[in-house]
Design a protein around this ligand. Structure first.
Ligand code: CTP
Length: 396
């Protein structure tokens, strides 16, 4: 989403200014064109040379310098930008923009630009909770500016509270969301992700190698494109996707119950979870000593969640995944029919570097109307976009 976009990064004078270096590095990595404006105070914390080297562009610090011999700096920067992000945004900068004060290159540029502007406040927790600062933040939001709220934690001044600049990756996620088109606006989409765990005793369980990355990428992409997303997730080691309601579950039975409650008013269910097909028949109390454990476990089959939900799906679009060894279309088509799905995503799990527990995937989306679309190996974030385009028939 950020590729080739002109991103204007405003850096103001706070200790978190050093994080702007990493933010710029990540931005350039996404393929965006990064242009930096630093306030005078920002240059006390990080040098323009650092930012110039990382952004591959000249850094703007002066109000009255002409760009390209004749162009007026703040106007040409304002016209060129697809998105302005102010990170970190100090109480001073927030207060000035909220009050219409434009007395330096950054505030004049923000006042002149017509593109979205994202403020990422970072400051001491007492400053952040000051009612005037809070009023100013509300005023920015009322006027259509985006604000990424600060995190809690230990601050540079050693006090603990809310005021930390969110991680650069979170800022990038927020920028992506702002710039993404919103063809799924107003639609509730439920996604399931990750493995389920089936208890043997208090500490042992049966599970599988699903990392949840595909489902999390789908949930994040659906949110970016405007959907209201609920993610029902088995145990994974991933950050919750921004803007998404997450319901954490452990067993297949818990996932089943959570999904039943969520799909009643949903536009679509995307079932990417790797649900355990079996569970131990008996769950042992506490941590069973090994000499008391049976040498073989009796298993019983978990109900098929998709089959059970398809019976009461109403108008909900049902999408399943078929984890197959090889590009076995017949098996995937059989699952599509047996589970009464609208689409099934055929996922070859036998090839190294795609499928389970990795960052890339290659899939074929097979639809009940006979269409089949193959997407070659690419990052799961990109696969997610292609899946959404195909199943919802939208251009993103
Ligand atoms: N699924 C489900 N409930 C289960 C098992 C699977 O809802 N108890 C869903 C998965 O989330 C996936 C689809 O069914 O969307 C296909 O899962 P997959 O593991 O590929 O196939 P299975 O139906 O389990 O069949 P098999 O293991 O025999 O290939």
């Amino acid at each position: 989403m950020l590729k080739t976009k002109n991103i204007l990064l405003g850096i103001t004078g706070g200790i978190a200014a050093y994080k702007a270096a990493e933010l710029t590095r990540l931005l350039v990595k996404t393929g965006a064109k990064a242009h930096v404006i630093m306030t005078k105070a920002a240059t006390e914390f990080i040098t323009p040379l650092t930012m110039q080297t990382l952004s591959n562009n000249a850094v703007h610090t002066e109000m009255f310098n002409l760009i390209d011999d004749s162009k007026v700096g703040h106007i040409s920067l304002a016209l060129m930008a697809d998105l302005v992000v102010v990170a970190p945004a100090t109480a001073n900068c927030i207060g000035k923009v909220a009050s219409g004060i434009a007395d330096d290159l950054l505030t004049t540029t923000i006042t002149a630009c017509g593109c979205p502007v994202l403020f990422c406040p970072a400051m001491n927790d007492r400053m952040w909770s000051n009612p005037i600062v809070q009023d100013n933040v509300a005023r920015l939001q009322d006027n259509g500016y985006h604000v990424l709220l600060p995190d809690g934690g230990e601050l540079a001044c050693k006090s603990v509270g809310v005021g930390r600049l969110p991680d650069p990756a979170v800022i990038i996620a927020s920028m992506t969301h702002i710039l993404a088109p919103k063809p799924l606006k107003g639609l509730k989409i439920v996604v399931s992700a990750g493995p389920t765990r089936e208890k043997i005793d208090m500490v042992r369980f049966m599970s599988n190698r699903s990392s949840g990355k595909m489902g999390y990428a789908l949930a994040q992409a659906a949110y970016n494109y405007g959907a209201d997303v609920t993610l029902v997730s088995g145990p994974v080691a991933l950050q919750p996707p921004m803007g998404v309601k997450v319901i954490s579950v452990e067993t297949a039975a818990e996932m089943h119950k959570a999904l039943e409650g969520e799909i009643a008013d949903a536009y679509a269910l995307i079932m990417s979870a790797a649900v355990a097909d079996f569970r131990p028949k008996n769950v042992f109390e506490g941590k069973s000593p090994k000499n008391k454990m049976p040498k073989s476990l009796v298993l019983e089959q978990n109900p098929d969640i998709l089959i059970s939900l398809s019976d009461k799906k109403g108008k909900c679009i049902m999408v399943g995944f078929a984890a197959q060894e090889g590009e076995d279309r017949n098996a995937a088509e059989k699952k599509l029919a047996d589970k009464k799905l609208d689409h099934i995503v055929l996922n070859d799990i036998s090839e190294n570097g795609i499928g389970f527990d990795c960052d890339d995937n290659a899939v074929t989306v097979i639809s009940a109307d006979g269409r089949a679309n193959y997407f070659q190996k690419m990052p799961k974030t990109e696969i997610a976009r292609n899946i959404l385009e195909t199943i919802f028939n939208v251009k993103i």
